[in-house]
Design a protein around this ligand. Structure first.
Ligand code: ATP
Ligand code: LTN
Length: 327
């Protein structure tokens, strides 16, 4: 029996190398072994300020990138969260069984609400119950994500357990799946912060659609340190981050990489890494241009995704509504 896998990305801006290495690349690698469901979580993107026209554009770009990175609509159901209204129905039901204290402990909420204070939306606070609904609606077994999402997936598991305890066995308990290498790619300008779509500084992240010259420029400016040796040392976060990206893209071992850079300088490290990043992204960018030139085809893929998922959605929701006394 194939494991059922669910994951999603917010259409909150242009995808970066962290999203690719921490998430999409791993989904692509395992798609033939699993029963796959991948979502564009547009309702999560509206929990902070946003522009409706930009959101619409970001959704299209994200679906195009899913396909360009190699997700195949044959083994994968691809869809947009708001096209399946049961996600928000189930999220409301979860809001009513989730203790406030559980949500108050979420580190992503604390980080994102830090500068917004009282202005922060109630949606940002209950973001994790919507994410639990995404996962549990499909009786998902595994959730492949970057390291930053582990706490949210564990919360989804806790919500499933609590629901099963209160209303009877209803949900499968999901597990986060996090790869060892590049589960947290850091910002090039500040290696103490994770590379993120919503950070606007010019040299923070490498966009999957960045042209080669821009990639080279950003990498040449990446923060390093005043030491010389090029080795994997967590105490030297800038160099460690560049080497980790190199390791993830080259598939070489840490020893091989250290041997390759022995006696060389940071300019060489940055140059070789730029070659590797450009070689990885160029074919993705070419496929992206091809795919997005036929938007009707993208719409068709998304509609097929919803049709395929309908029976699963209805089976779960019928059980949930009955268990909770709503039918
Ligand atoms: P935002 O800045 O808008 O919160 P984000 O860049 O953090 O966005 P998400 O949409 O939250 O991206 O994440 C999509 C997927 O990419 C998740 O599985 C997440 O864990 C993973 N991911 C995000 N940033 C990184 C990163 N820097 N390194 C590795 N994986 C990451
Ligand atoms: N919260 C996630 C995006 C997300 C997700 C999901 C990931 C929403 N629903 C379900 C996995 C499974 C994020 O910020 N990266």
């Amino acid at each position: 029996m194939k494991k059922r896998v669910f994951s999603g990305i917010k259409p909150s801006g242009s995808l970066h190398l962290g999203n690719y290495l921490g998430a999409i690349r791993n989904w692509v690698a395992d798609q033939d072994k699993c029963e796959n469901i991948f979502c564009v979580v547009d309702q999560h993107a509206i929990t902070v300020d946003y522009e409706p026209a930009a959101l619409r554009q970001n959704v299209r770009e994200l679906v195009g990138l899913y396909l360009a990175c190699g997700l195949d609509p044959a083994p994968c159901a691809l869809f947009v969260q708001s096209h399946v209204p049961e996600h928000t129905e189930l999220a409301w039901l979860f809001n009513c069984v989730t203790p406030m204290g559980w949500l108050q402990r979420m580190t992503q909420f604390k980080e994102k609400s830090d500068d917004l204070r009282e202005q922060v939306s109630a949606g940002l606070f209950t973001y994790p119950t919507l994410m639990a609904a995404d996962i549990l609606l499909y009786q998902t077994e595994e959730v492949p994500v970057g390291d930053d999402q582990k706490q949210h997936v564990e919360l989804a598991r806790d919500i499933a357990q609590r629901f099963n305890h209160l209303f009877g066995e209803t949900f499968v308990l999901p597990e986060p799946v996090i790869r060892k290498v590049a589960a947290r790619v850091m910002g090039l300008d500040d290696p103490s912060k994770k590379m993120s779509k919503s950070t606007t500084s010019d040299s923070h992240g490498i966009g999957l659609l960045d042209p080669p010259a821009l990639i080279r420029k950003k990498l040449s400016r990446a923060t390093t340190d005043s030491q010389r040796e090029i080795v994997f040392d967590r105490e030297r976060p800038g160099v460690f981050n560049l080497l980790t990206i190199f390791q993830a893209l080259s598939g070489q071992s840490q020893e091989e990489i250290e041997a390759h850079f022995a006696g060389k300088g940071y300019a060489q490290l940055k140059g070789d890494l730029a070659d590797l990043v450009v070689a990885t992204l160029e074919p993705i960018q070419a496929r992206y241009r091809e795919i997005t030139s036929a938007p009707e085809q993208i719409d068709q893929i998304l509609a097929q995704g919803v049709t395929r998922l309908r029976p699963l959605v209805e089976a779960t929701m019928t059980r949930v509504r009955c268990a909770m006394g709503l039918r």
